[in-house]
Design a binder for this molecule. Structure first.
Ligand SMILES: N[C@@H](CCC(=O)N[C@@H](CS)C(=O)NCC(=O)O)C(=O)O
Length: 221
């Protein structure tokens, strides 16, 4: 029986798990769940109401990084979290960076430009989003542009959790109209375009975009 993933892939954390599983050939059923869902059934698997949460038979787990660690241990091939010490350490660094620093700025843009205005009754402070894009975003983009350099992957020469986590954070900010300027950050722009073109990302992100555009059409009607 396949596992169930609770959440919405507009969330970078949920998308990270969904893409990670697909790249490993693991089937997950996505159970649409809003962030903060207060139902007792959801709180039983995600005690603080955050998405994602995973159910695998009688086992459940919340938090994207915990879930990908579980999936990697249960389905080791293809390896997406390297075994070698430095490579593993750097992979977890980029996963953490994506979840905290990158999506810390991204959250301000996504929530104030998309989630609040379209899905939470019109709340959202555009000035907060603009300040994050102006003050926090350039340093993040410059750092990642230098880390990518002329390479195709952040760690080693194959896809890892590092690429999935970073690209997933960017996929969410791209929904929030924060493009990566290829004239200023050429390596990062090239790298992200290639990672986001992988089918596991491309099909999901296209579906999310269509969902957001349908919500926008309803709100502006
Ligand atoms: N560290 C967590 C973060 C998950 C998270 O922040 N999810 C957000 C949605 S993007 C959420 O569910 N927020 C609702 C809440 O905190 O009530 C992970 O990696 O899964």
């Amino acid at each position: 029986m396949s596992m169930q993933l609770y959440g919405s892939t507009i969330s970078p954390f949920v998308r990270k798990v969904a893409v990670f599983a697909e790249e490993k050939g693991i089937a997950l059923d996505l159970i649409p769940t809003a962030p903060g869902d207060a139902s007792p059934a959801f709180r039983a698997i995600s005690p603080f109401g955050q998405i994602p949460a995973l159910v695998d038979g009688d086992f459940s787990l919340a938090d994207s990084s915990a879930i990908v660690t579980y999936l990697e241990a249960k389905y080791p091939e293809p390896a997406l979290i390297p075994a070698e010490a430095q490579a593993r350490g750097r992979t977890i660094w980029f996963d953490e960076l994506a979840d905290t620093i990158v999506f810390g700025a991204g959250r301000a843009m996504l929530f104030n430009r998309v989630v609040g205005p379209l899905f939470r009754g019109g709340v959202g402070d555009a000035a907060v989003a603009d300040a994050a894009e102006r003050d926090q975003w350039p340093g993040i983009l410059a750092y990642l542009d230098a880390q990518v350099g002329g390479r195709d992957f952040l760690v080693g020469d194959t896809l890892t959790l590092a690429d999935i986590a970073v690209a997933s954070a960017f996929a969410s900010t791209l929904h929030a109209c924060a493009p990566v300027d290829a004239a200023v950050y050429p390596d990062l722009a090239r790298y992200l375009a290639a990672i986001l073109a992988r089918p596991a990302f491309a099909t999901r992100v296209a579906g999310e975009r269509a969902f957001i555009e349908r919500a926008r059409a309803r709100v502006v009607k």
